[in-house]
Write a protein that binds this ligand. Sequence first.
Ligand code: FAD
Length: 530
Amino acid sequence: MTPSASAPRTPLRHLVLVLGDQLDPTAAALDGFDPTRDAIWMAEVAEESTHVWSSKPRTALFLAAMRHFRDAQRALGRTVRYVALDDTGNTGTLGGELARAIAELRPERLVMTEAGDWRVLQALEAAAEGARVTLEVRTDRHFLSTLDEFRAHAKGRKQLRLEYWYRELRRRHGILLDATGGPEGGEWNYDAENRGSFGKEGPRGHRAPVAFPPDAVTREVLALVEARFAGHPGDLAAFDWPVTPDEARRALDDFIAHRLPRFGEFQDAMWHDEPWLYHSRLAAAMNLKLLDPRDVVRETERAYRDGRVPLAAAEGFIRQVLGWREYVRGIYWLYMPRYAQANALGAREPLPRFYWDGDVELACLRDAIGQTLRLGYAHHIQRLMVTGLYALLLGVEPRQVHEWYLAVYVDAVEWVELPNTVGMSQYADGGIMASKPYAATGKYIQRMSDHCARCRFDPSKSTGDDACPFTTLYWDFLMRHEETLAGNQRMALQVRNLGRLSPADRAAITARAAEVRSAGGAPPRALTLL
Ligand code: FAD
């Protein structure tokens, strides 16, 4: 097959580039679209699935949503030059495909909305420059703040902190404010009420998120991905993600009605074989631009005003979407491209193999990685305090950690994944995103989940065969970085606790940590005698 649909009558005025994470029919790039003189360009290219070893669910979600967008645009009478993955002549790269389209269609100008990935922007700019065609980049109105506003906010500040940016956006957009213009309920932040665990009984009374069984278009994509990327990680059997704006809206309504009321309370809690709990699973729909974050924030506030959800839940959720989401985007574009190279703690270990197959004895890692490969999803605390924490304590090179996170999650787009991974979870940016490393022993996981009760390792032990590797590696991490961390006020207590260890304790921990590393990142399995 060759690229389907011919262009409008020549000469072509605008070729409007729509990337896989720009599936918003109201995007700025489509402003003033004239069907008689303009055309849309979309391309499925192998490079986007191979530059990191992208999981099957991630690739499938992007392609399925792109094809639905293409069909919706064609139904509006618009010309879409759509290059499918298996089309004859597909060069396999965005730059190559754009160059080919320019040569064939000879547009006067290329128009796009701001990209979500620095590498992709470079490739498109290079193709445009090579063909001597102007590339006009328009502001991404999907976000509630612009990159210029974030730059202005950052200017002159010694340190950036989410809280200040979040408050500024709440005020600017009039969200969760009382009659005096202050924060609803008197506080800006109800985080302290949002750290519940499920105790011994486990989660009860929650229901699974609404599922979206694949239609014919999506089924075709699933078969294509299965065939083309057979060796890639992940599984497509459970694929049920929203792939259109209508489905994304139904997913939002379902979350607000059934899970938002307890989102805050159990935001940080984990339980085995319970991937969704009270989370929204809306990140992918928002990141592909199927869902407008304004609708998410507005409906959440309305649910609170109508008395359907407590303030702590509404505020906690709005802080994620209006606060963190806009904040990490600002950080990404402020510090790229050097942010991708950051390695403040000089971490050099390879990423353990079990991150790619889930074959590991630790119950918490096995659960988080297993569901990640099965569903393309893990919630924030699983990413931050299980897989992320383990890589941090082990000392894995941040670039490898970043490539894993970018590859395996359906919601992974670099502007949001990179600061979360390199900054928040690996502290590789030296404190731009987080004021201190998120370092903890296995006891944190014990408190927030039932994993330790189902695991042979003991989170209270740092040495010995049954010592929890999180705990061993935590102390080893503090020892390895004692000098650097001692200068951080917020780490003072943790570093002081090192003083309780005798030289013999220190040596035993170092030896056990070395054993864990040399066994591929996790202790060798206990021998079972038959
Ligand atoms: P919920 O728990 O329901 O949260 C609601 C929404 O808030 C999310 O959908 C998301 O849009 C937003 N949000 C919450 N936390 C963050 C955050 N820290 N940064 C930005 N937005 C946030 N999020 C992504 O969207 N894509 C990624 O590739 C990604 N990679 C991550 C990597 C690491 C190491 C960590 C620690 C976090 C990462 N996050 C990422 C943030 C967060 O974990 C996910 O947004 C969330 O788990 C998605 O599930 P959910 O939609 O059910 O979110």
